[in-house]
Design a protein around this ligand. Structure first.
Ligand code: DX5
Ligand code: ZN
Length: 221
């Protein structure tokens, strides 16, 4: 089980320091929420900030594009240092083409689905992606509550991937808490994104990451 802290919950005035702390805490990936105020109500950051972070860390960057017409920005995020570019099914007119564009830049293509979006929308493109992100919340804000029906969706996706004999990772994003992690893992998740839980005031990033992975809090990294 891997953990991807979501930088949206970091202290933006101390981004470089936060990246160093996350790296030292054993983060497996860095989750970067890109929001445009159109696809979702919130606005976060663009390629310039991703590039600035790229200069500070070697962590694998998953840029989660919550923007309309994501094709317009794939090249910019590729150049700025993304390793994975995740697009939303709901934002793509031609999902297969978008995934192929991402791959043409030697970037790993990922697909995300909001809680209300059926798995049938990705049935025929699964082989063109390496990671599916199942949203545990409606995208737009950190700190929201996990939608319970998503657990069944993770299990259904795992079965769909196995049926097609594919090697596709399942990432779960939104509303992740330590007490939920085990059931999400059992449902078939490989990677947990965590914002509010990792950055909760007064907690140790490393300890929360280890607990999300299911390791004992006392395990030395
Ligand atoms: C939601 C974002 C998530 C979120 C995670 O729109 O895509 O990545 O920031 O934060 P928590 O874990 O607090 O839900
Ligand atoms: Zn996200």
């Amino acid at each position: 089980m891997k953990v991807a802290p979501s930088i949206i919950c970091a202290d933006f005035c101390r981004l470089g320091e936060e990246l160093a702390l996350l790296e030292a805490a054993g983060a497996d990936l860095l989750h970067i929420d890109i929001m445009d105020g159109m696809f979702v109500p919130n606005i976060t950051f663009g390629p310039m900030i991703v590039e600035a972070m790229r200069n500070e860390t070697d962590l694998v960057f998953d840029t989660h594009l919550m923007i309309v017409e994501p094709d317009r920005y794939i090249e910019k995020f590729a150049i700025s240092g993304a390793n994975i570019i995740t697009v939303h099914v709901e934002a793509c007119n031609h999902l297969h083409r978008t995934l192929e564009i991402i791959r043409s830049f030697d970037i790993i293509p990922g697909v995300a689905l909001g809680p209300g979006t059926s798995l049938s929308t990705i049935d025929y493109v699964l082989e063109f992606t390496e990671m599916v992100t199942i949203m545990g919340v409606n995208p737009g804000f950190p700190g929201q509550a996990f939608v319970p029906s998503v657990l069944r969706k993770i299990a259904d996706l795992r079965a769909m991937i196995d049926r097609q004999g594919l090697d596709v990772r399942i990432q779960v994003d939104g509303g992740m808490r330590v007490d939920l992690a085990e059931s999400v893992r059992q449902a078939g998740a490989d990677i947990l994104v965590a914002g509010a839980s990792v950055f909760a005031p007064g907690t140790d990033y490393g300890e929360t990451i280890r607990r999300l992975r299911g390791e004992s809090a006392l395990t030395v990294a």
